[in-house]
Each structure stands twice: as structure tokens, then as C-alpha cells.
Write a protein that binds this ligand. Structure first.
Ligand code: NAP
Length: 272
């Protein structure tokens, strides 16, 4: 039997074990996936024991996504672009890091038919998730990005990072009001998690603007509710990115297409 895992702290609410185990079952694979709580200061020991156990692959979540890269034997380009890893593949004893944030963000966006090439994006947030989104958008030819963040310096840092990728990006503070004129408005802040009100007034969004929330708990956040109340017709929910990421990890580890329908049903059942 091959074993897989997710490590992080906290980890008890992770839906990854249920999603991957359901995928294994549906394809008749002799594999198991488990969650391990690994506190920040115990990452080295955690990785060493996973290596010893012969783990076939593991996911990495908060707070280890950046520090894990010091414990790997190699990293894929997806990791070096974003500067963090969240999917580790054990290749004959050598641990290789991948990052699915960028492609996990882009998959639902492409499927939505959004205008990416030449489009105009408003990106709220400047943390790790925002960086992955910005990198994906720049790579696919977005026309312009306005990065807005509560901490203005971090917004400037992300704009500079995009500049390094060859894009021209404006930045500013988190606005109190979102006006129209964007092809997409992406919430890459953690504001709205746990059902708290979103700090930006969304009543000015255009109905045809793609509304993309990376926050996935609750499924319907205040960011989404406000945009829908303003008439927004196209919403991409945080769970869609989460599902895309799980499918991408599955594909990295197993080299076959992930059973996305089974994974989606399990994920949404877990939220319920
Ligand atoms: P991070 O690196 O810690 O960045 C957090 C971001 O949220 C920063 O821009 C921060 O602004 C902003 N923020 C936090 N609280 C805020 C508030 N009350 N008002 C306004 N801005 C606030 O975290 P991350 O890894 O980028 O993750 C951001 C969110 O994306 C989280 O909710 C995470 O769960 C979600 N996410 C979802 C997926 C998915 O698959 N759906 C994948 C990755 C991340 P400051 O810089 O001003 O502090």
C-alpha cells in the first residue's frame, strides 16, 4: 500500500484525507491518505519521519508552505515562481516540491471563460495566495492588474514581483468601494473567513465581472453575497480552487487524471 499525507498546524479540519481517500476508493487504488499535525518548530523532524516511513507524497499547508523548501531535494518550476511548496512527491527517495496554487487558481478561471489575455483584474490581497494568482494571470497575458492590500508596502512588494515577471502592475491600499470596469475581481485576502463581513463595499461591481473568492469557509462569503446582491452573474467559489488543487496533487503523484466528480462530491459533503 502507498501512503500519502497532509502536514500542517492546525490540521484537524482538513478535508484532504476524505477527498483523496474517496478518489483512491473510486479507482480501486491500494493507497491511504492521512493528516498529521506538525507544529512550526517540528517541521524537520516531521519531514524526517515521513521520509523514513517511505511516504509516496504529501501536501503541506499553513504554516510550512515556505519553510518546507529547506527540507526538499529539488523543486519544480511551479515552486520557484511562487517561492513556496504545497505538494511533495517522493521520487525514489528524493523529495521534490511542487506548487499547485498558481495552476489551482487558473483552472476554474479558464473554465469560467473569463477574459484573461488583455483583461483587467483587481486583486485584493498581497500574501502567498495573491502572489500565486498574480503569477498565473501574468503568465497568461493579463492586460493589467491593480493590487490592493491593507498593508500598502506588501501591495508594492507584489507589484514589484509582477514587474520582475515582465508585467506592469499598479498598487494601492484596500479600497472602501469597488467600482466597475474590471474583467475580474479576486479576493485573495483572508477577510471574510468564518463568515465575518467583508471590509470592502462591493455594490459597484459590473454584472459581467467575474467574482473570484479564494476563501472557502463559509462556501458563500460576504464578498460573494455582496457581489451577487449587486447583480454579479459569474462567481468562482474558493472550493473550486481547493478542488482543482486536490486534483493537481493527485495528478502529480499518480500520473493519471483525477476522478474530479468523486472528489467534488466528497469535498462539498465535507463542508455540509
Ligand atoms: P497570507 O499570506 O497570510 O495573506 C493574507 C492576506 O489577507 C494579506 O493580504 C492580508 O493583508 C489580508 N488580510 C487578512 N485579514 C484581513 C482583513 N481583516 N482585512 C483586509 N485584509 C486582510 O495568506 P494566504 O496564504 O495568501 O491566504 C489568503 C486566503 O486565501 C486565505 O483565506 C486562504 O485560506 C485562502 N486560500 C485559498 C486557497 C484555495 O484553494 N481556495 C488556496 C490558498 C489560499 P495584510 O498584508 O494587510 O495583512
Amino acid at each position: 500500500m502507498k501512503t500519502f499525507a497532509v502536514i500542517g498546524d492546525p490540521i484537524n479540519h482538513s478535508l484532504s484525507p476524505a477527498v483523496h481517500n474517496a478518489a483512491f476508493k473510486s479507482l480501486g487504488m491500494d493507497c491511504a491518505y492521512m493528516a498529521y499535525r506538525v507544529p512550526r518548530e517540528e517541521l524537520a523532524e516531521g519531514v524526517a519521519s515521513l521520509r523514513e516511513s517511505g511516504v509516496a507524497g504529501f501536501n503541506v499547508t499553513i504554516p510550512h508552505k515556505i519553510s518546507i523548501t529547506d527540507h526538499l531535494d529539488s523543486v519544480a518550476e511551479s515552486c520557484s515562481v511562487v517561492g513556496a511548496a504545497n505538494t511533495i512527491h517522493n521520487e525514489s527517495g528524493s523529495l521534490r516540491g511542487h506548487n499547485t496554487d498558481m495552476e489551482g487558481f487558473m483552472r476554474p478561471l479558464r473554465n469560467s471563460g473569463a477574459r484573461i489575455r488583455g483583461g483587467r483584474a483587481l486583486l485584493l490581497g498581497a500574501g502567498g495566495a495573491a502572489r500565486a494568482a498574480a503569477a498565473g494571470l501574468v503568465r497568461e497575458g493579463i492586460g493589467s492588474i491593480l493590487v490592493c492590500n491593507r498593508d500598502r508596502e506588501r501591495a508594492r512588494g507584489l507589484a514589484e514581483y509582477c514587474g520582475g515577471l515582465g508585467a506592469t502592475v499598479d498598487h494601492g491600499p484596500l479600497p472602501s468601494f469597488v467600482a466597475g470596469g474590471f474583467d475580474m475581481v479576486v479576493n485573495a485576502t483572508s477577510a471574510g473567513m468564518g463568515g465575518v463581513p467583508f471590509p470592502v463595499d462591493m455594490s459597484g461591481v459590473d454584472p459581467d465581472t467575474i467574482i473570484y473568492d479564494m476563501v472557502y469557509r463559509p462556501i458563500r462569503t460576504d464578498f460573494v453575497a455582496q457581489a451577487k446582491a449587486a447583480g454579479a452573474k459569474h462567481v468562482i467559489y474558493g472550493w473550486e480552487m481547493l478542488l482543482a488543487q486536490a486534483a493537481l496533487s493527485f495528478e502529480i503523484w499518480h500520473g493519471v487524471e483525477a476522478p474530479v466528480d468523486v472528489m467534488r462530491r466528497t469535498l462539498l459533503g465535507g463542508f455540509a
